[in-house]
Design a protein around this ligand. Structure first.
Ligand SMILES: Nc1ncnc2c1ncn2[C@@H]1O[C@H](COP(=O)(O)OP(=O)(O)O)[C@@H](O)[C@H]1O
Ligand SMILES: [Mg+2]
Length: 596
């Protein structure tokens, strides 16, 4: 008995359509991808009832000739692929020639298009049986495709659609990713009379992220960019310790094509292991660029999956990209990078030298100065337990604290704190680190104008050179607003009457003299910032001081809570990182045997 019969065309069309077109978002995706392939610079999407009743995509791309427009709805009709070998080097988003035919099989399509110039324009209307009606219709250059009554002939599929706002949500999310992949595109989306997405063209991914998600989201991201031969990983990812409680904001793009890819998401997860608190996931917008031949996009009819020739490659690549990004954010550089001078990283606003004219390598030359007692900041001679009152900036509300600050191992040369971070060795300059911690705190006090002022009972009298007196005039406003009050005593003598209560008298004097000398030199950074940096410098622990473990731990913890743990307020590096891998290379440890 014969059992096999070839399916009637109308049925096979519907079955094939089901693979490509699952819901309104799949239709939108195909239409918008076609517009992009046509070179559109502006795309407008109009939706009614979450795209179920009406879905219209209009573009200003190359348009179609009359003959092409009539063919466009035919299965396997495509302008993007002609030879078999092209299948392995696909540069367009579409290539299967299936989308329009599939959409036509389950909806009613109206297509208007024109190539511009002399082309009068064409209207193509599709019948549910696959036939098309073609007629004249004036239209400007570009294409508009209108899809009505999706799944009107597939009630089973129609029943599975969700509510309007839910379908709309999927569409907006998908289109947001398209907008990210094409910052130069003008994209507008309307739902009924309401504009739900309006993205004018911008110049960069950063601006697009800002446009779509706002400042708060952007601020918690770091820029990622690493190339290795023909491979590149770029975009943005969470800046630890920030993360999200779920993976809902992870988007991957392969050669600008939005994809769902298990390998990339696993690589991302691995790259962040140990960087985020438990329960947090990285947010990421990662673009992977690979030669077309290295990736197969012809895996699934919906084209949202890809297959890499060598997926394992992405684990080290993504990890290194994230490491590098993090290093840049913190300004912490590998020793080899600093020595090779190849990092291209510019530090802060400073010149790379301590503008206070005082080096970290010894006590400040203070007139009549005496040897400093370590960590005498804030209340005089109090145990360091009270130090946080001055040095500890409060963490902003709701933001999770650092996942884990580096583990202190000990002090080296009475100048450096050795710490372990994510398996690497950190060498932290104790003076520069303390300076950063205090500077951030001073900035805050200054912003709130809450300098605790101390009156000098015995006026601190000092003399200036003629050039210095001019420097003092320039520096006086900044000094004044930070709690310093200086009175002229006749001639070139001055008296320091009041100063911030965070200083010893001789420290206060040293700050004034340093500020005077700096403004004399005419530095470029704002006077106030320089003054605060000088103040921080004079308050900070110096090299040569022995630090007990608790103070080092406190200092390292506080350092990683500051605005920029990698760079001191004068713009010098605070931390040098020696990756474990480098040490192991030096030791010549066999890579295959990490434990031997
Ligand atoms: N918006 C558009 N602008 C210009 N040409 C289009 C547009 N949409 C579709 N086309 C043409 O119709 C063809 C068929 O589209 P489609 O069914 O999506 O298949 P594919 O994109 O895989 O080629 C395309 O190859 C293209 O030539
Ligand atoms: Mg297509």
């Amino acid at each position: 008995m014969n059992r096999i019969a070839v399916l009637p065309d109308s049925l096979s069309r519907k079955i094939a359509a089901g693979e490509v077109i699952e819901r309104p978002v799949s239709v939108t995706k195909e239409l918008v991808e076609n517009a992009l392939d046509a070179g559109a610079t502006a795309i407008a999407v109009d939706l009614v009832a979450g795209g179920k009743a009406l879905l219209r995509v209009r573009d200003d791309g190359c348009g179609m000739s009359r003959a092409d427009a009539a063919l466009a709805l035919v299965r396997h009709a495509t302008s993007k692929l002609s030879r078999e070998e092209d299948l392995f080097s696909i540069a367009t988003l579409g290539f299967r020639g299936e989308a329009l035919a599939s959409i036509a099989a389950v909806s009613r399509i109206l297509l208007r298009t024109s190539e511009g110039g002399g082309d009068p324009g064409t209207l193509v209307e599709s019948e549910p049986d696959g036939k098309v009606r073609v007629q004249d219709a004036a239209f400007p250059k570009g294409t508009e495709i209108e899809v009505r009554d999706l799944f009107h002939n597939l009630p089973a599929r129609k029943k599975f659609l969700r509510g309007d706002s839910s379908e709309l949500g999927l569409i907006v999310k998908m289109l947001s990713n398209i907008a990210l992949a094409h910052p130069g595109l003008r994209l507008t989306v309307r739902h009924g009379p309401r504009t739900v997405l309006d993205c004018p063209p911008v110049g960069s991914l950063r601006e697009r992220l800002y446009q779509l998600y706002g400042k708060d989201v952007l601020e918690k991201l770091m820029e990622v960019d690493l190339s290795d031969g023909p491979f590149r990983v770029s975009g943005f990812a969470s800046r630890p310790p920030y993360g999200r409680p779920d993976r809902s904001r992870q988007a991957f793009f392969v050669n600008r094509r939005p994809v769902k890819d298990k390998i990339l998401s696993a690589a991302l997860q691995q790259a962040f292991s140990g960087l985020l608190e438990k329960g947090l996931f990285p947010e990421a917008f990662l673009f992977v660029d690979v030669p077309f031949g290295e990736v197969d996009v012809n895996v699934h009819p919906a084209k949202t999956e890809v297959r890499f020739r060598d997926g394992q490659l992405f684990f080290p690549l993504v990890r290194r990209a994230i490491e590098r990004a993090r290093t840049r954010v913190l300004g912490v550089m590998d020793l080899s990078e600093i020595i090779a001078g190849e990092s291209g990283l510019t530090f802060g606003a400073g010149t790379g030298r301590d503008e206070a004219g005082d080096t970290a390598a010894g006590p400040a030359a203070v007139p009549g100065g005496k040897a400093r007692v370590p960590f005498q900041v804030g209340e005089r001679n109090e145990p360091y337990a009270s130090w946080p009152n001055v040095a500890e900036p409060p963490l902003p509300g709701n933001i999770p604290g650092p996942a884990e600050s580096p583990r202190v191992l000990g002090q080296f040369g009475f100048a450096y704190i050795l710490a372990e971070d994510a398996g690497d060795l950190l060498i932290i300059d104790q003076h520069n680190a303390h300076e950063r911690v205090i500077y951030d705190r001073y900035l805050e006090i200054d912003r709130e104008k809450k300098w605790p002022v101390k009156l000098s009972l015995i006026p601190l009298v000092f003399e200036l050179s003629p050039a210095q007196t001019i420097g003092l005039e320039a520096a006086d406003p900044a000094l004044c607003s930070s709690g310093f009050r200086i009175e002229p005593m006749g001639g070139r003598s001055y008296a320091l009457r009041e100063y911030p209560d965070v200083f010893q008298p001789e420290e206060a004097l040293a700050v004034v003299l340093a500020a005077v000398d700096e403004s004399k030199r005419g530095a470029v950074t704002p006077a106030k910032d320089r003054l605060l940096a000088t103040m921080a410098c004079k308050s900070a622990v110096k090299a040569g001081e022995s630090l007990p473990r608790e103070k080092m731990e406190f200092l390292v913890r506080e350092l990683f809570r500051t605005s920029n743990p990698g760079v001191c307020p004068h713009g010098r590096p605070i931390i040098v990182r020696i990756p474990r891998s480098q040490i192991e290379r030096g030791i010549r440890r066999p890579v295959s045997d990490p434990k031997s």
